[in-house]
Design a protein around this ligand. Structure first.
Ligand code: GRF
Length: 218
C-alpha cells in the first residue's frame, strides 16, 4: 500500500474523492498527511473528519519558494510519504520538492493538456470554442502543468455551458481518474519513457467520439 501526502489549498473535493476510494477499498493507498497552504481551506475539515493528520504551511513564513518547499518536504518525509498528490494546491513546485520526490509528484488539471495550462481554464476552453474538454492527471515537472501525462478523461463542451457547468462536468471525471492514477502507481503498473507514460496489462478501447453529433449522417 502506497503512502500518500495530499497538498491542498481549497475545497478539497478531489481529496474527498481519494478518501472515499480508499474507504471503499477501490484504492489501495493511505493518506499519511494533508498539507494546506491556506489555513481556511475546507479540505482541512474533510481530512480531520476522517482522522487524517493535517498541517498548514503559510507562504509568508518563508522567504523563498525553495524554503517553503524544504519545509513541505521535511513534513512529508516525517510522515513517511512515498507519493505526493497535489489536489488544488495553488503553488508552483520548486526543484527542492522535485528532487526529494523524483517522478513521485502528481497533479490534476481541469483541461486536456497541453491545451489550456494555468488558471480559469474552463472559461478559456469555452471562449476558444473547443468541442471537448476534460481533465488530466500528470507527473509534475518544473513547468506549469507540463509533466508527462498519465490519464485523461474527456467531456463534451455544450452550447449553453458556462465556466461553472463545464467545471462541474469535468470535476466529476477528476474525482474518478485521480484515484485510478494513484492505484496504477500503487500497483507499479506505470512505465515512463521520456514524456510517454504507458500502463502495463491495459485494456485497449479505440472508439471515436464526436461533438456535435453529425445528425445528417445518422
Ligand atoms: C480542481 O479543478 C483541480 O483540477 C485543480 O484545482 C481544483 C481543485 O478542486 N487543480 P478541489 O479543491 O479538489 O475541489
Amino acid at each position: 500500500m502506497i503512502k500518500t501526502g495530499v497538498l491542498v489549498s481549497g475545497s478539497g473535493s478531489n481529496l474527498q474523492a481519494i478518501i472515499d476510494a480508499i474507504e471503499a477499498k477501490r484504492l489501495d493507498a493511505s493518506i499519511s498527511v494533508v498539507i494546506s497552504s491556506n489555513p481556511k481551506a475546507f479540505a482541512l475539515e474533510r481530512a480531520k473528519k476522517h482522522g487524517i493528520p493535517t498541517e498548514v504551511i503559510l507562504k509568508d513564513s518563508f522567504p523563498s519558494r525553495e524554503d517553503y518547499d524544504r519545509e513541505v518536504v521535511r513534513i512529508l518525509k516525517s510522515y513517511g510519504v512515498e507519493l505526493v498528490v497535489l489536489a488544488g494546491f495553488m503553488r508552483l513546485i520548486s526543484k527542492v520538492m522535485l528532487e526529494a520526490f523524483p517522478m513521485r509528484i502528481l497533479n490534476i488539471h481541469p483541461s486536456l493538456l497541453p491545451s489550456f495550462p494555468g488558471l480559469e481554464v474552463q472559461k478559456k476552453a469555452i471562449e476558444h470554442g473547443v468541442k471537448f474538454s476534460g481533465c488530466t492527471v500528470h507527473f509534475v515537472d518544473e513547468g506549469l502543468d507540463s509533466g508527462p501525462i498519465i490519464i485523461q478523461a474527456v467531456v463534451p463542451v455544450l452550447d449553453d455551458d458556462t465556466a461553472e457547468s463545464l467545471s462541474k462536468r469535468i470535476l466529476a471525471e477528476e474525482h474518478r481518474i485521480y484515484s485510478q492514477a494513484i492505484q496504477l502507481i500503487s500497483e507499479g503498473r506505470l512505465e515512463v519513457r521520456g514524456r510517454r507514460v504507458t500502463v502495463k496489462n491495459n485494456k485497449v478501447e479505440t472508439g471515436a467520439m464526436e461533438n456535435p453529433k453529425a445528425a445528417i449522417f445518422d
